[in-house]
Design a binder for this molecule. Sequence first.
Ligand SMILES: [Mn+2]
Length: 392
Amino acid sequence: MKTSLRLLHTADWHLGKTLKGVDRTPEVASALEEVLRLVRSERVDLVLVSGDLMDHPQPSTEAEALLVEFFLRLAEAKVSAMAIAGNHDSGERMERVYRQLLGRFGVELRGQLAFAHEGGVVDRGGLRVALVPFLSERRLAKTLELPPEERHLAYAEGMRRLLAHLAQEGTPDVYLAHFTVAGARVGGGEYVLHLAEHYAVPPGALPGARYIALGHLHALQQVAENAWYPGSLIPLDFGASERAERGVVLVELPLDRHLPARVHPMPTNWGKPLRTFRVRVSQVQESPGERARILGEIEAFPGWARVVVQGPMHLELRDTLKEMERVLEVAWEEEREGDGGEAHPPPSALEEAYRQYLMEAGRWEGDPPGEELVHSFAELRQEVEEHEAGED
Ligand SMILES: [Mn+2]
């Protein structure tokens, strides 16, 4: 006799992702095959996808085809699924196209936030699940109908109210949500904008559900007693992604509500690994043997590589590296006296670049102070992006 439900929690697929011109979609597709294999071998009843199914609001046809195929194959296997939009997805597309279409096959998708009485909490054979797609700060203020004087209410407080509101008629068993929990580790590839401190929700603001299935941060981790991120399906970007642990989370939810959920994080190594190699020009020039050893090591690496070279520009070395099929980027750094050899990571978003500009221009301390300017800049950019995406 069945005594518990078996849930498989995944997130941040980023279908359609390209890295330095290389389409990663085939790697995500293989990872999704592995997910389907796990669904069978682990006898999963319900699959939860916590946002960022797509990398881009206007995804490639291949990305869309894979998304549809995945859910149809689950439906054929008579496995239920629920998913929400993340900040990379077009909430409107998910709501108006995929929800309509895949809803016919028993898949519950939400692109736009709904309160409990509007369908924001679904009941599947007694299991109540709250579906909380990504909300920008601006939309959160609008959704909660905050008066202008409260618009600057922190994101954390807004989310706390929202999550609590969804629990008005009894706390749902499970939440699906896409946001940053304060204090969590990033896994690489997230937008800096949406990771800024004012977007983080403290663990104390999370509801007392039996399980909270989070998406947004790309590293596998537990952030509260009942809340987990599975991380992205594949390593998405150079930097933190190279080392972060990723995977899926298998959750056994006893039918007896008084029993706690049993959570099994399952680390995976899907997708090609990413690695940054650091090379000094002086090292390469030392001897032909040393040069062959270094280049051989890069060539033998089975994933995608970035090479950071330190020292004076060396055209022949640069061209040799650029011709290697798996080397996606060659970056040059001036060698500095007493430099520990750490490359400064490139600014990963416009906000980072703007922050750096303010510091360099000596405008960090001032009126208004730097962080406030960056915040306004981020809001403005977000407004433009949302407008372009046809939201509102
Ligand atoms: Mn993501």
